[in-house]
Design a protein around this ligand. Structure first.
Ligand code: ZN
Length: 378
């Protein structure tokens, strides 16, 4: 297992979105040459040893450290405003181009540039281009969850940025330079004072707008990287002389909580709300499989969801036709299909427990569970 596979941030887990990755990111699946490459070749300068020796050696250093194959094309494009690098890997395509802006190259020293190059390589290697774009959905829950994924992808890529340049300080410096747009002439690299800014931001309850951002705040990213460098796994893998302070699992949780403090917990809250609504309507679906909500089943329902909900559901069933009840159930599952797989599994596990207590034919109830799984796209 190479460092990239080992250190992917655990919240950046494509299986939670039912995305299956190519076994090998370099695997050739299509022969289509993209328009993208044609356009780049005509408008940007391709990095070669002869034209940009420094950038070329930075790229070589990165691939040597990451111990992976380099079949990517690198370009520099004139842009004096944006301190950006992008990796444009076509989903299912076999090639990727990494584009560095002139401002980025001017601003960073070689080691800092290596961290950015490795960050972009990580996006390619991790196949982040396969993640659906948050803007591609009109469903709010899905939109928020996809934004969470996009932010998690950045945390993974930052780690590889650090490993690929071999220096924590250079990675952090690159983040500061990119965020401020300023060179070392103006910056003093006192990291603890930047982390004070994070503390301050959390104290004023974060910045809710960040919930809609595809990238975590730079303060969160710096803190995440510092924590990662303190993990047992990182220090062991690279034989540093230091002993780690946290397990990586622990680090991942800390990062998740820290980002949540800044963006607010609405995403988590929305997910939880949908889970509990789905458990309720799912229970009704199972209890009604035999078209009879028996007294015993009502008692169990009451225990799980309270007197008030039970009363209103019982009267709703009395006055509505079964078709409209089923419609409500189906709508709930439609919404729940946008949850992460771990939440869907939780729902199915809970609902499966009801098989032991249903009145009537368990075979019919089992079929309902199967249908629920399909509706949840699990
Ligand atoms: Zn990125």
């Amino acid at each position: 297992m190479n460092a990239l596979d080992k250190f992917r941030y655990s919240k950046d887990d494509p299986s939670q979105l039912n995305i299956s990755l190519k076994k090998d990111p370099y695997e050739k699946v299509s022969n289509n040459k993209t328009n993208n490459l044609n356009q780049l070749l005509s408008t940007s300068v391709k990095v070669s040893k002869e034209i940009f020796p420094n950038i070329y050696s930075a790229i070589e250093n990165v691939f040597n450290r990451l111990k992976i194959k380099n079949n990517l094309n690198f370009f520099v494009t004139a842009n004096h405003f944006q301190t950006q690098a992008t990796c444009s890997a076509m989903p299912l395509g076999d090639s990727a181009e990494i584009i560095l802006t002139s401002k980025l190259v001017e601003l960073l020293n070689e080691e800092e540039l290596e961290s950015i190059i490795a960050h972009e390589v990580a996006h390619f290697y991790y196949q982040h281009a396969l993640y659906p774009q948050p803007n591609s959905t009109k469903n709010r829950l899905e939109y928020l969850n996809l934004l969470n994924f996009s932010r998690a992808a950045e945390i993974s890529a930052d780690r590889i940025g650090f490993i690929g340049c071999g220096s924590l300080e250079s990675s952090l410096r690159a983040m500061l330079k990119i965020t401020s747009g300023l060179s070392e002439k103006h910056l003093k690299f006192n990291f603890s004072s930047y982390l004070d800014q994070l503390r301050e931001l959390k104290e004023i309850k974060g910045d809710q707008n960040l919930m809609y951002s595809t990238h975590p705040n730079f303060l969160n990213r710096m803190q995440a990287l510092i924590w990662f460098s303190m993990s047992n796994e990182y220090n062991k893998y690279f034989n540093t002389d230091k002993k780690g302070t946290f397990d990586l699992k622990n680090v991942d949780e800390k990062i998740y909580e820290s980002i949540k403090k800044v963006i607010g917990d609405e995403v988590e809250y929305s997910n939880k709300e949908v889970v509990s609504r789905t458990l309720m309507w799912g229970s009704i679906d199972i209890f009604l499989s035999d078209k009879n909500f028996s007294k015993k089943e009502q008692e169990i329902f009451k225990k799980n969801f309270g007197d008030k909900s039970t009363e209103s559901i019982v009267s709703l069933i009395k006055i509505s036709n079964p078709k409209s009840i089923q419609e409500k159930i189906d709508n709930t599952f439609e919404e729940a299909s946008k949850l992460l797989n771990e939440d869907k599994e939780k729902i199915v596990n809970e609902l499966t427990k009801l098989l032991k207590v249903v009145d009537g034919d368990t075979k019919i109830a089992e079929r309902t569970i199967k249908k629920i799984k399909t509706n949840l796209k699990l």
